[in-house]
Design a protein around this ligand. Structure first.
Ligand code: PMP
Length: 343
């Protein structure tokens, strides 16, 4: 049976071009990028060229890009890093963040930090006015996800960037990296998280953009790699793979977004017309080109996903309980996410 994979928001296949770009660094050019001999320099050059390429896509300096093990680590580094630098204060985030952002906030709450979790409107979007209303003199960090991983809603990052005041502004751009503008100056962010495995790159690699002058404390200590912000031997193949996957994503972004939007809207129309109990979750337009998230009244999400799986379709439970986007909370249990992709 030919399977239909509709879970690209969870993981994407490794692009062959990315795989090829990584290959030389897996066995032949294996030396430690921190070593000061010729072999090490070759690896170091690949790491620095990758950093430069990523920086040019984000419109920032190379020294503002820090490699991590993925978006979970980048989010942890941003939140704990800022909190530890300031030692106390108030943080604004939203209820629709990924667990790798919410869990650190919960830990900080126990350590005496005050956290405001903004609710979204019924369309799944955080209001910039709401951010402004909750800003305080002691707000040290605002962290709002760029595009939500479950219902795919795109948040008004640029607008929030304009009103952030003196607080540092972080966005988790993991789901947005494939599709949206990543220029950090336009967005007005001080910190940005991204990873490679949502963009047809390898798993286990991510970046944190940190604007020069923004002060955060490292969370992993050791040999002082990544300018002391994140110790650990650089994974040359993964870093090369991350840069290559981002380059490809940027090059095909416009046409791929158009293609996916058409597919998405066709799919949404069909489902809503043919299944009377189906409801679309999130904003009809301000959503990722690849995301369609539905609730099916009185039908449990898990059993739908299992039935689809038997029929050869991979979808995911878009547990919108996390997202709090629906007024009717009961409906949240019934949310199914379909996410489209290149194949
Ligand atoms: N943030 C968002 C929005 C995500 O979708 C994910 C992946 N599910 C992560 C963070 C965590 O990414 P990683 O697997 O690279 O740690």
């Amino acid at each position: 049976m030919k399977r239909i994979y509709l879970d690209y928001a969870a993981a994407t296949p490794l692009d062959k071009r990315v795989k090829n770009a990584m290959k030389p660094y897996e066995a032949d050019i294996f030396a430690n990028a921190g070593a000061i001999h010729f072999d090490g320099f070759e690896a170091k050059r690949a790491v620095e060229e990758s950093r430069k390429s990523i920086a040019s896509i984000l419109g920032c300096k190379s020294k503002e890009i820090f490699f991590t093990s993925g978006a979970t680590e980048s989010n942890n580094l941003a939140v704990f890093g800022v909190a530890e630098f300031f030692k106390k204060g108030h943080i604004i985030t939203s209820e629709i963040e990924h667990p790798s952002l919410l869990a650190p906030c919960k830990v900080l709450e126990k350590r005496g930090f005050e956290i405001t979790y903004l609710k979204t409107g019924s369309d799944g979007i955080v209001s910039p006015l709401d951010v402004q209303k909750h800003l305080r003199k002691d707000t040290i960090l605002i962290s709002i996800i760029y595009a939500n991983n479950k219902i795919g809603t795109i948040q008004p990052i640029k607008e929030i960037g304009k009103i952030k005041g003196r607080a540092y502004f972080h966005t988790d751009a993991t789901q947005a990296t494939n599709f949206l503008n990543l220029k950090v100056e336009t967005l007005g962010v001080d910190l940005l998280t991204a990873n490679a495995h949502k963009i047809y790159g390898p798993k286990g690699i991510g970046v944190l953009y940190k604007k020069s002058g923004v002060q955060i404390m490292p969370q992993i200590f050791g040999g002082g790699h990544e300018e002391g912000l994140r110790s650990g031997t650089s994974s040359t193949p993964l870093i090369v793979g991350m840069a290559k996957s981002l380059e490809i994503a940027q090059n095909i972004k416009n046409e791929e977004n158009l293609r996916l939007c058409q597919l998405r809207d066709y799919f949404i129309d069909k489902v809503l017309k043919e299944i009377p109990i189906a409801r679309l979750n999130g904003h009809p337009m301000k959503r990722l080109p690849n995301n369609a998230n539905f609730s099916f009244l009185h039908a449990d999400a898990e059993s739908i996903i299992i039935k689809l799986d038997v029929l050869g379709v991979s979808a995911s439970s878009g547990s919108a309980c996390e997202a709090q986007y629906q007024k009717d909370k009961k409906e949240n249990r019934y949310s199914v996410r379909f996410s489209l992709g290149r194949q």
